[in-house]
Design a protein around this ligand. Sequence first.
Ligand SMILES: Cc1cc2nc3c(=O)[nH]c(=O)nc-3n(C[C@H](O)[C@H](O)[C@H](O)COP(=O)(O)O)c2cc1C
Length: 477
Amino acid sequence: MKPTPACTDIQDFLKLLAEEDELCRISSHVSCELEIAHIVSETSRNLGPALLFENTDGSIPVLANTLGSLKRICIALGVEDLNQAAERTINLLAGNNRASDSGDYTKSASNPQFHETVFEGDRIDLSSLPVLRCWPGDAGPAITLPVVFTRDPENNTPNAGMYRMQIIDRDTACMHWYPGTGGAMHFEKACRMGTHLDVAVAIGTEPAVMLSACAPLPADLYEIEFAASLAGRKIEMASCLHSNLEVPASSQIVLEGICVPGETQFEGPFGTHTGYYSRKERFPVFHVKSIGMRSNAIFTTTVPGPPPQEDCFMAKAIERLLLPALKQKFPELVDINFPLEGIFGRMVFVSMHKQHPGHPEQLIHALWNMGRGMFSRMIWVFDNDVNIQDISEVLWKMSNCVNPARDIILGHGPTDTLDPHADICGTACRMGLDCTEKWPEERDGMPWPERIVPDKRTITKTAVIIEQILGKARQKS
Ligand SMILES: Cc1cc2nc3c(=O)[nH]c(=O)nc-3n(C[C@H](O)[C@H](O)[C@H](O)COP(=O)(O)O)c2cc1C
């Protein structure tokens, strides 16, 4: 299949999912209080379809698990496999072909559908949205799949990121910005300058924007430029009513408002993808000035929980999208794997062409020092010929090649606030593991044992008999 431009909005995506039998509609009433989340979590864990809850606690349907498989992510992006999508973005990630100055990756939309109904003043009521409470110990309902837009108060540079938002009351929410994220840095600057920060929250954007908003992109690359290259077309952006922010015209619902310097409030606890609840901590308060929505708005959401959940597949897609650019930066790198259990890149397997003793350690430190690579708490490095997508091979090689006294590389640095090991400063110990075969110079001159492989003549001579045996076994199973 020739790649086509990505789907334009959630309604377009739903049509494509239905055509591919990747969508299940639920017409019986299901509550936003724990019930939807439980159904979504069980469905994701069993690698089930996208779910559209048509009969929820309000009039707006709830859509979940849309990006919970690589097939659905490919459908969203109009590609057959993610390498085709990676080809679209490689130049951009490598720092070439940036269109930032000309803004050539967007189109202006003058009458976005999310302005069809606008609630302001007393008519603002966040409880009218079908926001899920996911786990019994959650502090309340939280928006889990928003794309949050801000601008740097000093130089106007835009940022879009995905951050959980706890609903506090009719017109306030809490912004769960980890330290160091784009949103957090813009807010810190606003606080220093003593000015409020304009914030626009887009719910239900086209999928390319959602994926871009959670990808660990270089700090100088605007997520919407990345989304445009990922989508293979320009992204339509529309102006906000209360600020100079722009949001995707495809958005289903847009919350506009401000965060006020110094104003924070306790957020959490919330169940997270670690399988544990997050700590209750103070985060900036978001005051809503307006809620705009399409007349046929759909509320998109995801359920954070122990893997595999939807975010694991978003991480897998990001792994494939980032690989070509990482290979350009580190020519020795062969492949990467964010295992599903390693929750969004906290654990990373890497295979490499080792060129000198100590090379794996060097690569581990380089990855830790690279933007949000710093959040990978465990990086295991393997030789180039190890299939790191095969967990059985990974564990086999790790068991044989690691000498704990020599091959564990410890570091310390920033981690995300959900990390159970995060200390009060948001840092944690991290571990690199050199799982490569060791060269004689790395073992006081002792050669590495010879690998056992059958000889070619025997392989050829026995091939037919082996196929007969295994063919029969395959038929039985
Ligand atoms: C479903 C989902 C929820 C997330 N929630 C948060 C969150 O609550 N806070 C946060 O700082 N990052 C969260 N992230 C990770 C950020 O989206 C990610 O680090 C992103 O790169 C941030 O963008 P930025 O660097 O432009 O700030 C989440 C990611 C996903 C996929």
